[in-house]
Write a protein that binds this ligand. Structure first.
Ligand SMILES: Nc1ncnc2c1ncn2[C@@H]1O[C@H](COP(=O)(O)OP(=O)(O)OP(=O)(O)O)[C@@H](O)[C@H]1O
Length: 564
């Protein structure tokens, strides 16, 4: 191993200042360099270089040090680096923490690539290569990644989606039966279906949004249906944009909801998924005497939801209607069986992409809350029955679904998964470009952090909330990372590291949806207008009955085939 300097100070138990002669400086100047030294008890420790102190004054001090006994071999000392001890090596394996105190005066060596490969390249998911040594692959532990949750945070355009696509692809490559649900807010992960074929299912609301997916990616999505009767009270209120000040309207809504649900099952609570038709809910508003402006306003709001063809996957779903009709038995079991049949299709083996691009954010929030609540019901039922259904949920644009200062229904279920998911076998991955707007509860529950380039100090401060103490020092360095470079630390990482995340495009020869527009190329070629007329209007299909043998019927057949 190559010697690069000596420890001159130890702060606390794990922060080192290392004096480095000029000749060795360039060897440790790359971000994320590891050095090795022996601690006071002789155990080898690994430290990550976190900062450089290059001041003229040090040159003078270096000359003084030269004259001291034990430092003769350091000729000219100009540079100091700070390093954080990240782990110790025992029987060829790396363990996190400090086994015994580092001692000033100890010699420090550059960690050689062969040794790093043995320590860092043998875990489950190969996400990238060390930024300091490109021939060392950095791998992470799947169990820790999924069970302790993870966050991918960074400013826009810095490589979050690429990172998620690489992690998911590596899992699909390595494991025959993973179960991943990806909330794809901008419908940008759909190209994964081209790479992994039938192991990936893309779900998207029918009509215009499905058309767009087909047009853009050449992939026919499976119709997504989230019937209104499967929504809880708060989800419907969110859909109607009723905030907590609209007390009267909330009251009328709750009353109407209970009334339509209790018509089928007298013990129903407002959140119980007991079947009703959305139309019945409108009719029932104000039926108990409320005929004032609030009731009229609420009726109007609900009616306009029913009139919006883009929302027919909630207000007039075709297939779920059929499923309910075909389900026999008394309530509440009948609704329960229909509910399970409908939602379990979203949680099948492989990757399930819920493509929500193009929907307004309150609809996305409602849809995600309902789907995740269904997932929670399914997995907790498995646990109660003594089994588990390990499922990893990844949520893109997590600040939309779990904002810091707004109580939306998806935030409640996401926080529940973050807090209790480990016991139920539900792992959570959150992805966000606005860490400062994200629920702190959620952030604090993420055991693994993958942080890419982030320049906003407020975002950096929030990212600090989810990291181990030892890498706090590195957070400021996030501004100097390049696109695709990430700081990775926490439960799933063998040690904190700065890595170059693999490029999804390079490995799989496929482009993700959110890639940057190549302006110079586009403006050099003069792209043509495409015919957008059929995308301007949402399809007017309302239900299977009044569309005849048209598109609704095809759609129903498609979903039915899939469900069988
Ligand atoms: N590791 C990487 N290697 C090479 N190119 C990369 C890497 N990561 C990202 N890129 C490129 O950088 C661009 C932005 O990446 P990406 O879409 O993943 O960023 P993002 O942070 O998800 O952005 P947004 O917040 O806008 O969704 C893309 O064109 C992508 O191909």
């Amino acid at each position: 191993m190559e010697e690069i300097g000596k420890i001159v100070n130890v702060f606390g138990r794990n922060i080192l200042r290392i004096a480095v002669p000029d000749t060795a400086f360039e060897k440790i100047s790359r971000p994320g360099t590891y050095v090795i030294f022996r601690s006071s008890s002789g155990i080898q420790h690994l430290a990550l270089v976190t900062g450089y102190l290059l001041v003229d004054e040090l040159y003078k001090r270096g000359r003084v040090l030269e004259e001291l006994e034990g430092y003769e071999d350091i000729t000219v000392i100009r540079n100091e680096v700070t390093a954080v001890v990240v782990g110790y090596i025992r029987e060829g394996k790396i363990f996190k923490g400090v086994e015994s105190l580092p001692a000033p005066g100890e010699r420090v060596f550059l960690a050689d690539p062969e040794r790093l490969k043995l320590l860092l390249s043998a875990y489950d998911v190969d996400v990238g290569t060390l930024a300091s040594t490109s021939d060392v692959n950095f791998t992470i532990d799947l169990n820790m990644l999924a069970s302790r949750h993870f966050a991918v945070l960074a400013m826009t355009g810095s490589g979050k989606s690429n990172t998620v696509a690489v992690v998911v692809s590596r899992i699909l490559e390595k494991y025959p039966n993973p179960r991943i649900v990806l909330i794809d807010t901008h419908s940008e992960y759909i190209p994964l279906a081209k790479v992994f074929k039938e192991r990936v299912r893309v779900f998207s609301p029918g009509g215009r949004l499905s058309e767009l997916v087909k047009l853009r990616y050449g992939i026919e999505p499976i119709p997504l249906e989230v019937p209104m009767w499967t929504l809880g009270f708060e989800e419907i209120a969110e859909l109607l944009k009723l905030d907590s000040r609209a007390t009267k309207q909330l009251l009328y809504l709750r009353e109407a909801l209970l009334s339509v649900r209790r018509e089928r099952w007298p013990h129903a609570a407002p959140d119980d998924p007991i079947y009703f038709k959305a139309r019945q809910l409108v009719e029932r508003i104000g039926s108990k005497g409320g005929r004032d402006d609030s009731a009229i306003d609420l009726k109007l709001k609900l009616s306009s939801l029913l009139d919006d063809p883009d929302l027919s996957f909630i207000t007039s779903p075709v297939m779920s209607e059929k499923i309910y009709e075909k389900t026999s038995g008394a309530e509440p079991e009948r609704s329960g069986r229909a509910y399970t049949q409908l939602y379990k299709s979203l949680f099948g083996e492989g990757l399930n992409i819920i493509a929500l691009g193009g929907l307004p954010s309150e609809v996305q929030v409602t849809t995600v809350a309902t789907i995740l609540r269904a997932l929670w019901r399914v997995v907790s039922a498995h646990v109660q029955a003594g089994s588990v259904l390990p499922t990893l949920v990844i949520v893109e644009e997590a600040h939309v679904y779990a904002p810091k200062d707004r109580d939306v229904p998806s935030r409640q279920i996401l926080e529940k998964i973050a807090k209790e998911g480990r016991k139920f076998g539900v792992g959570l991955g959150i992805v966000s470009q606005r860490p400062r707007e994200l629920s702190q509860t959620l952030l604090a529950q993420c055991g693994t952090l993958i942080a890419l380039r982030t320049t906003n100090p407020e975002d950096q401060r929030h990212i600090m909330l989810s990291v181990e103490d030892i890498i706090g020092e590195l957070i400021q360095g996030l501004a100097s990372l390049t696109v695709g470079q990430a700081l990775i630390s926490g439960a799933a990482a063998p040690v904190p590291a700065i890595i170059n995340v693999h490029s999804f495009t390079r490995i799989y020869s496929a482009e993700l949806g959110g890639k940057d527009v190549d302006w110079s190329k586009a403006w050099a070629e003069s792209p043509e207008f495409i015919d957008i007329s059929r995308l301007l209007f949402a399809h007017r299909e309302r239900s299977i009955e009044n569309t005849g043998p048209g598109e609704a019927r095809d759609r129903a057949a498609k979903l039915e085939n899939f469900l069988q």
